[in-house]
Ligand binder design. Sequence first.
Ligand code: NAI
Ligand code: MG
Length: 353
Amino acid sequence: MATSRIAVIAGDGIGPEVIEPAIQVVDAVIRKFGGGTLEWNRLPWSSAYYKQTGHIVPSDGWETLAKHDAILLGAVGSPDVPETVTVHGLLLPMRRKFDQYVNLRPAYLYDGVPSPLKNKAPGSIDMIVYRENTEGEYAPVGGRLYEGTAADIAIQTAVFTRRGCERIIRAAFEAARKRPRKKLTSITKSNALPFGMVLWDDVFNSVKKEYPDVQAGSLLVDAAAMDFVRKPEVFDVVVASNLFGDILTDLSAMVTGSVGLASSANINPERTFPSMFEPVHGSAPDIAGKGIANPLAAILSTALMLDHLTMTAAADAIRAAVAAVLKEGKVMSPDLGGTASTTQVAEAVMAAI
Ligand code: NAI
Ligand code: MG
C-alpha cells in the first residue's frame, strides 16, 4: 500500500492546538479504513522559529516541502511578528511557488449547528467556493514612495491573466459538473473594474460554452455579499478572484455556523507540486493557549487532504464522524455554544469513527 509523506507546519497560536488532534483523527481513521499509510514530517516553522533563526522558512525549506505529497498547515501569524514575515513569508509564497491555484472552500450547514440566519434547515446551505489563489488582487505588484511623509504614495496593482482566469474557471466548471445541482456562479465586478474583471468575464463566457450541462451565471460581488446572507441556499459552486473569494468565504463560514468549521484546500491540480490543506481560520491569538479552539476546521481539512490522496473512504468517514458529533450536540466547543475543549471534541470524533 502506498505511503504518502505529509509535511506538517502547525505554525502559531491555535495552529498546533488544532493540528495535533487532527493528525490523531487521521491516524485513527486509517487504522480503521486503510487505503494507504501516511508519514508525518513535522516542521517547526513558525513565529517562534523566526525569532530564533531570523527566517520563517530555512534556505532549503521550499526544496524540503517539494519532496512531500501534501502539506498540512495550522496557521501562521503572531501579534509580535510582522505579517510580512508570516503571511507574506510563508503562506502566500507557498500558494504561488507550488502553483496551488485552486483554493477550495466548502461551506455546509451541519445538522445540530445553529446558523445566525433564521429558519435554515440542515443541509440547505451546501456550497463550495473556488477561489483563484495565485494572482489577482493579491499579486505582490506595486510600490510605495515617500513613505511616512505627507507625499506618501502607494500603488497596489491587481494582475489578471487569461491563463490564470481560465484555469480556475475551468476547475470550477468541472466541479459543478460533478455535483447534483450542476450550478456555477461567477463573482465579478466588471461594472467598476473594467479591465481585470472584464477579462475574467470574457473567459467565463467562453469556457461556459464547453459546459452546456452546467447552469452558469454571473453576479456582482456586492450583490453576492447580500445573497450569501439573504439566500445562501441558491449557491452551489462559486468561482471568484483571490480577494473576492477570500472575503466571501468568511461570510460562507459564518452563515454555516463558525469559522471553527471552515476547511480549505490549496490545490495544484497537475500534481507538479504538493497541495496544501489548512483550516480557513488564523492563529486566533485571543484564544491561543486556552485549549478551547474548535479543531473541526482542521479535521475537515484533513478530509480534503485524504480526498486529494484518493483515500476516499477515510475522507468520507471523517466527514461522517464530524457530522455525527455535531448532530448529537453533546460535545461542542465554545464557538458553537458549548463548553468542550479542543481535545474533547477531537476525542468525540475519534469515538464516532
Ligand atoms: P483568526 O481566524 O485567527 O480569528 C478570528 C476570530 O475567530 C477570533 O475571535 C478567533 O478566536 C476566532 N476563531 C478562529 N479560529 C477559531 C477556532 N478554530 N475555534 C474557535 N474560534 C476561532 O483571524 P485574525 O484574528 O484576523 O488573525 C489572527 C492571526 O492569524 C493574524 O496574524 C493573521 O494574519 C493570521 N491569519 C493566518 C491565516 C493562515 O495562516 N492561513 C489565515 C487568517 C489569519
Ligand atoms: Mg481570509
